[in-house]
Ligand binder design. Structure first.
Ligand code: ADP
Ligand code: MG
Length: 248
C-alpha cells in the first residue's frame, strides 16, 4: 500500500522519560511536505526534547517517529546515516568551527561525509550562502561576524546537506532584536520556498505570520494544535490563553 499522506514527519504516541520523569507523554501529530510548524509552550514543556527525538538524538520509551517513511531509532548505521541526511537541526548556539572560514564550515561535511569534490562543495556553499544573504562573507571567520550572521551560516551549513526537514530550536534566543529579525527573515524565506520546517520559538509574531500549524505543548502533551489563525483567534484551554497573554 502506498502512503496515503504526504507526511514528512509522523509522530505517534511518543513517550520520553528521563528516569522517573515523563517528559513527553503521548505526543502525536504529522508534518506535511512544505509545511511550517511552530511549537510553542512554556520552558520545561518538552519542546527541545521532542525536536531531539525527531533528530534521533534521544531514544524514546514508547510510540513511533518516522521521517520520510523511515522509523527513527531503527538500529544500524545505514538508518542513522539516512536520518542525518533527512533531518537538519539548528540550535540556539551556532557551533561553528572558529578556526575555519565560513566557506570551509559549510563544505567540511560535504567533502567528508557526502564525499563531494572540493569544487562541487564550494558551488553548493555559494548557493546556500546566497540563500541566507551572506555571499560576501565566504572568506570570513566566525569571530568576524555578528551573532545573527553566524546563525545564518549555521542555517546555511545545515541546508547544504539538502535535508527533507529542518528543525529549529529557539535559534534567535541569544540574539538582540535587530539580529533576531534578520534570522527570522531567512527562515521566513525558506518557508516560502517550500522547506518543511518545525520550529520551536518564542517569537509569536513570527509563528503567526509564517507557521501553517501551531502546536502548543504543556506538561509533555500536545495541549492544543491547529491552523495558526484559528488557534490564536480562539484558544480553547485556559493554559494556552494564559500563554498567549504572557507572550504579548
Ligand atoms: P523545553 O525545551 O520546552 O524548555 P525541555 O525539552 O528542554 O523543555 O525539557 C523538558 C523537561 O525534561 C524538563 O523538565 C527538563 O528538566 C527535562 N530534561 C531535559 N533533558 C533532560 C536530560 N537529559 N535529563 C534529565 N531531564 C531532562
Ligand atoms: Mg528548549
Amino acid at each position: 500500500m502506498p502512503e496515503e499522506t504526504d507526511a514528512v514527519v509522523r509522530i505517534a504516541g511518543v513517550i520520553k522519560e528521563f528516569g522517573p520523569l515523563r517528559v513527553l507523554d503521548g505526543i502525536s501529530f504529522d508534518v506535511a511536505r512544505g509545511q511550517t510548524v511552530a511549537i510553542v509552550g512554556r520552558s520545561g514543556s518538552g519542546k527541545s526534547t521532542l525536536l531531539r527525538c525527531i533528530a534521533g538524538l534521544e531514544t524514546i520509551q514508547g510510540g513511533t517517529i518516522a521521517v520520510c517513511g523511515h522509523a527513527v531509532g531503527t538500529p544500524g548505521s545505514a538508518a542513522r546515516a539516512q536520518l542525518r541526511r533527512d533531518v537538519g537541526m539548528v540550535f540556539q548556539s551556532y557551533n561553528l568551527f572558529p578556526h575555519l572560514t565560513v566557506e570551509r564550515n559549510i563544505t567540511l561535511a560535504l567533502t567528508l561525509v557526502k564525499k563531494q569534490s572540493k569544487e562541487e562543495a564550494r558551488k553548493r556553499a555559494a548557493d546556500v550562502l546566497g540563500l541566507v544573504g551572506l555571499t560576501d562573507k565566504t572568506a570570513s571567520y566566525p569571530e568576524q561576524l555578528s551573532g545573527g550572521q553566524q546563525q545564518r551560516v549555521a542555517i546555511a551549513r545545515s541546508l547544504a546537506l539538502q535535508p527533507q526537514v529542518m528543525l529549529f530550536d529557539e535559534v534567535t534566543s541569544a540574539l538582540d532584536p535587530e539580529l533576531t529579525a534578520e534570522v527570522l527573515g531567512v527562515m521566513e524565506d525558506l518557508a516560502r520556498r517550500g522547506m518543511t520546517m518545525i520550529t520551536v520559538t518564542h517569537e509569536m509574531g513570527f509563528a503567526r505570520r509564517v507557521a501553517d500549524l501551531v502546536v502548543f505543548m504543556h506538561k509533555g502533551k500536545v495541549w492544543e494544535i491547529g491552523p495558526t489563525e484559528e488557534l490564536f483567534a480562539a484558544p480553547r484551554t485556559p493554559e494556552f490563553r494564559q500563554f498567549v497573554r504572557s507572550e504579548l
